[in-house]
Design a protein around this ligand. Structure first.
Ligand code: SF4
Length: 449
């Protein structure tokens, strides 16, 4: 693998802790942070430019009526609005659609990352060790891989990413991750260890050719709302930070010159010439090669292509396309066989519900469901009847179930378990599930992930 894949000299940190540390720095500079509120709506001026966002109403009951703790949302207005909601942000999704920001771009691609934090025995801990793998236990036709990071204090973060363009609706990403930990090269690390926390999140994988147009009238997309993950390195935070810095510089210049609520098009025009562009361009063919040729040939050719880009600054393949969206990649269940997964042992491998408990996720019982199924009849006739209910497997929190009631299979949504990974919004074969923000301040709490 080329030098860009090396991790020597990098720091291993908890991003949750970095964010808390950064928040203190920002507040000391006068930035106001409202962590208990979720932006739910985009605000426009008469010319159609974005002028801010509104937070959702709090204290709405399940029936949509205001409850005893009802509080109206707030409008937050600005000269420019930067959207950094992470992967598949609900506001970003609206803006990408309204301003057609994905026009002439390849579809965005995603993976589902599932992660656990463990306290291991001192003799099994090697501070600073980073291990990456790809393939097993996934078959050669499904993309994905793992990471192990040995942090300080005998902590080890272990995770597994499954590329969401998988075809077999019986694939069960959570179970693939559990099985991964049983590999002889991995399981020893966790002997006598204790699992502390659990979490899951979709990541962007489309890379260079899938980044939408960043600017729109009144603002821009930044971070993973745009999608700057370097797939082979399984890293995106560095580019997310750089995109925020680029946007901040350009917006500060615009405001200093008296501009407001116009399109900061310089952000879109300049990002490819920055370190973000250089980082993503070199690896742009890894994902399409992996998707088209499978793990063995795809990763080998992807490695070769990264060398060519690193040494000579060009690719034998030009820029390859991704083609289908991840939702379109799913095939009818009739083309596939169910996969038998081993039962959890409760020591190294676990079930989903005990895992969700460790994510500290929390939602008000009596609020409206934040996972909106647009057409329930379609969910039954297609998601259930044709695809054999993949939501019951791809959701890492066990939110979705098909339950028999009076002789009929009924779709049950246990919304209070949702860890906000956004996989259902991405992978539902009919794009029939829309994730909207629940009441502010809810969802998983990851103290040190
Ligand atoms: S319901 Fe959707 S967003 Fe929530 S955990 Fe499940 S797949 Fe992720």
């Amino acid at each position: 693998m080329p030098p860009l894949m090396n991790n020597h000299g990098n720091y291993i940190v908890s991003l949750g802790l970095v964010c808390r540390w950064l928040a203190e720095k920002a507040e000391a500079l006068g930035v106001e942070i409202y962590p208990g509120f979720a932006a739910t709506e985009v605000l426009y001026n008469d010319q159609g430019a974005v002028i801010g966002v509104a937070t959702g109403d709090m204290g709405v009951e399940k029936n949509g009526e205001p409850g005893p703790n009802f509080a109206r949302g707030m409008e937050l207005l600005g000269k420019y609005t930067l959207i950094g909601e992470g992967v598949r942000g609900s506001i970003a999704k609206q803006l990408i659609s309204k301003f057609d920001l994905s026009k002439d771009r390849e579809p965005q691609k995603f993976g589902l990352g599932i992660k656990e934090l463990w306290q291991v025995k001192p003799e099994n801990h090697k501070q600073g060790l980073v291990q990456h793998s790809f393939g097993w236990p996934l078959g050669m036709k499904t993309g994905g891989g793992s990471f192990l990071y040995h942090l300080e204090d005998n902590l080890v973060a272990v995770g597994f990413v499954v590329h969401l363009n998988y075809k077999n609706p019986y694939l069960y990403p959570f179970e693939e991750f559990q099985r991964f930990k049983t590999h002889p090269a991995i399981r020893g690390t966790f002997e006598g260890a204790k699992r502390l926390t659990y979490g899951a999140r979709a990541i962007t994988e489309g890379g260079y050719q899938s980044v939408p147009k960043l600017s729109f009238p009144g603002g821009a997309l930044i971070g993973c709302s745009a999608g700057f993950v370097n797939l082979p390195r399984i890293k995106g935070s560095h580019n997310a930070v750089l995109s925020g810095m680029l946007a901040a510089d350009k917006i500060a210049e615009a405001i200093a010159s008296g501009r407001a609520n116009d399109e900061p098009v310089e952000i879109e025009n300049e990002w490819r010439a920055t370190d973000i562009g250089t980082d993503l361009k070199r690896v742009r063919n890894v994902k399409p090669l992996w998707s088209k040729l499978g793990t063995a040939a795809g990763v080998a050719l992807g490695g070769l292509d990264m060398w060519a880009n690193t040494l000579f600054g060009f690719s034998f393949f030009g820029t390859l396309k991704h083609g289908k969206t991840d939702a379109q990649s799913l095939e009818p269940a009739a083309k596939h066989k169910p996969i038998a997964y081993p039962r959890p042992d409760g020591v190294l491998t676990f079930d989903r519900l005990s895992s969700v408990f460790l994510s500290n996720t929390n939602h008000e019982e009596n609020e409206p469901v934040h996972l909106k199924v647009k057409d329930m009849a379609l969910q039954k006739s297609s998601e259930h009847d044709i695809y054999a209910g993949p939501s019951t497997r791809y959701c890492p929190a066990g939110v979705y179930e098909w339950v028999e009631k009076d002789g009929e299979d009924v779709f049950v949504i246990n919304a209070q378990n949702c860890v906000h990974c956004k996989t259902c919004d991405i992978k539902d074969p009919n794009q029939n599930i829309n994730w909207v923000p629940p009441q502010g301040g809810e969802g998983p709490v990851y103290p040190n992930m």
